[in-house]
Design a protein around this ligand. Structure first.
Ligand SMILES: Cc1cc2nc3c(=O)[nH]c(=O)nc-3n(C[C@H](O)[C@H](O)[C@H](O)COP(=O)(O)OP(=O)(O)OC[C@H]3O[C@@H](n4cnc5c(N)ncnc54)[C@H](O)[C@@H]3O)c2cc1C
Ligand code: SF4
Length: 544
């Protein structure tokens, strides 16, 4: 007899939270993760002179492979939305949109190891996009259904946030007070307010006080490079730490699941995998949870002879980060390399009907750290240029004076954006790679144009004299948030799973990760919502 009740595949925001919540209910969990384990105290590079080289310090096998279908042609009428830099001119010099990256980490804790740690609830008005606007699909649950689980997730993670966030009502305060807004961010706040916008502290999975055995943040400003203090609420130091302590969670890293086997009567029999030794293995299970993320979950299902694809929706409805970022040089010394990344935010245009002439919202936040403009190397390569004495003088004058305003917007599914299996490329285990098809339609581009205009207006109002760099999704696929490829819904004909992530057909199969989102929200970061959905799903795990 096996010594586990449930097998979970993938240990990120979805899988890691499920492991915690199921062990809490005394289920014995076997958690399988393709990537390695990271040790925050030894594996991250912020204490090294070379800290600025590269971003998250990947290990062998901690990045997956995927491919891209050719992307759309660019039109001259949108030239204003092309990414550029003061030193290099256009970043994408091609006539078509180019794929830079689907940013992610394969590792214990998944992509939360590299996430910034913005910790957002969805706008309640963005969960009924089909009924209200005829786009995407409705969530089969409401904000009210999730609210208590949001509170639970925030408590476990240790979220620091402001007293209120408008329509995102709360039944209890954030567990920790909001972080202070840095000196440079305060310039952006004042500029936005001078334009009539509201700007407030962001809710962050970074501790503003010591909490639950973890120290408070020291504002080193490099969350995406891996937090060496464990105060950032990534899944490894929060949900998984607690799951491990329960004694009910066995974890195996370096294990890649390659195929899900069915048995008779609409149930899953088990999974095939390549184990830590590189050998093929089969594991039987009576309950299976797939949490491989919005690219790898549909890949695994499609590669398992289209398992759970009765609706034809596996891999469809792919949504990505719709993003824009404008950076400029201010003449004052602002020390903008300091502070907590994305410490402040405006939700003014976040509701799906808040941008004139466009369906779908967006948010604006301080973005200098996320743009990577917080170290001398970045300034030398992307802002200042030149050689010798003149370069040194210019570096001294400029360092710390870049301000960046970033924006993330709603991504609405369209028929040309989906994930399928690449017919020509396989990984080392012989499984076809996921192939990403990404297309931006006119509405998406109009939303992006509004985001770009507003970022520029805020920088101008802040006294920025010269823009130095802008980049966005129009000519560049570079995505950190991906969703939608196994959407949930109440109707088996048009969705893959129900509101608890349970397959409409396969009785012992649950999917729990960003793939189940029916719509993306107006620029909210997704991890807290994935975690709340997982806590809710685990609570109802035994319901029929
Ligand atoms: C740079 C960056 C910044 C971000 N900032 C934020 C932020 O501020 N706030 C926020 O909320 N979100 C942020 N995100 C997004 C967030 O990290 C993801 O949305 C979230 O982690 C997705 O959770 P998931 O469970 O869907 O997938 P993941 O967290 O990606 O986890 C999937 C896991 O499954 C494993 N896996 C995949 N295939 C297999 C297989 N076949 N066998 C075994 N294991 C497998 C992977 O190795 C991985 O560990 C950011 C992401 C990036 C990259
Ligand atoms: S800014 Fe805070 S949360 Fe981010 S890496 Fe540094 S110490 Fe960790």
């Amino acid at each position: 007899m096996s010594n586990y009740d449930v097998v979970i595949v993938g240990s990120g925001a979805g899988g890691g939270t499920m492991a915690y919540a199921l062990t809490k209910q005394k289920y014995r969990v076997l958690l399988l993760e393709a990537g390695p384990k990271f040790n925050p105290f030894t594996d991250y590079n912020l204490h090294k002179e070379s800290w600025e080289e590269g971003y998250f310090p990947h290990k062998e096998t901690s990045e997956g492979h995927h491919s891209y279908a050719p992307l759309q042609a660019l039109e001259s009428k949108w030239d204003d939305l092309r990414s550029w830099n003061v030193m290099d001119g256009r970043i994408n010099k091609q006539a078509n949109r180019v794929a830079y990256k689907y940013h992610h980490v394969r590792g214990l804790g998944g992509s939360t190891l590299t996430f910034t740690g913005e910790s957002h609830r969805l706008h309640p008005g963005s969960m009924q996009m089909k009924t209200r606007f005829g786009v995407a699909a409705d969530w089969p649950l409401s904000y009210e259904d999730l609210e208590g689980f949001y509170c639970d997730a925030e408590r476990i993670v240790g979220v620091a946030g402001p007293e209120s966030q408008g329509e995102r009502w709360r039944s209890e305060p954030y567990p920790l007070p909001a972080h202070p807004i840095s000196y440079a961010s305060d310039r952006i706040r004042a500029a936005a307010e001078s334009l009539g916008m509201t700007w407030q502290a962001n809710s962050r999975a970074a501790l503003s006080k010591p909490y639950d055995g973890r120290p408070s943040c020291n504002y080193c400003a490099n969350c995406t490079r891996g937090c060496p203090r464990t105060d950032k609420g990534s899944v490894d130091v929060t949900f998984l730490r607690k799951a491990t302590k329960s004694g009910l969670c066995q974890i195996r890293t370096g294990v890649t699941v390659t195929y899900i086997e069915r048995s008779k009567s609409d149930t899953i029999r088990g999974i095939r995998l390549i184990n830590e030794m590189g050998e093929a293995e089969f594991i039987e299970t009576s309950q299976l949870v797939i949490s491989c993320g919005a690219i790898e979950t549909p890949r695994l299902l499609l590669a398992s002879d289209e398992l759970a694809n009765e609706s034809g929706q596996v891999g469809r409805n792919f949504m990505q980060t719709l993003s824009w970022s404008s950076s400029g040089l201010h003449s004052d010394r602002l020390g903008s390399f300091r502070g907590l990344p994305a410490d402040s935010i405006s939700w003014d245009y976040n509701a799906p009907d808040s941008i004139e002439g466009v369906v779908g919202g967006c948010r604006f936040s301080v973005g200098v750290h996320e743009a990577g403009l917080n170290g001398p190397r970045a300034y030398a390569k992307r802002v200042v240029g030149g050689w010798g004495r003149a370069h040194k003088d210019a570096m001294r004058a400029a360092f710390g004076s870049v301000l960046t305003v970033g924006s993330i917007g709603e991504s609405i599914p369209n028929a040309k954006s989906f994930v399928d299996l690449d017919p020509a490329a396989k990984d080392a285990n012989g499984v076809s790679l996921a192939r990403i098809h990404s297309h931006m339609d006119e509405m998406e581009i109009n939303r992006l144009a509004f985001m770009a205009r507003t970022c520029r207006r805020i920088l101008e109002a802040a006294g920025v004299e010269k823009l130095v760099e802008e980049y966005g999704s129009y000519d560049y696929f570079s995505s950190t948030h991906v969703f939608g490829t196994c959407r949930m819904g109440s109707d088996a004909e048009h969705s893959v799973v129900d509101s608890y992530g349970r397959s409409h057909r396969w009785k012992n199969l649950t999917i729990m990760d960003a793939s189940i989102f029916p719509s993306s929200g107006g620029g909210e970061s997704p991890s807290l919502t994935i975690e709340a959905l997982a806590l809710r799903a685990a609570k109802h795990f035994n319901d029929s």
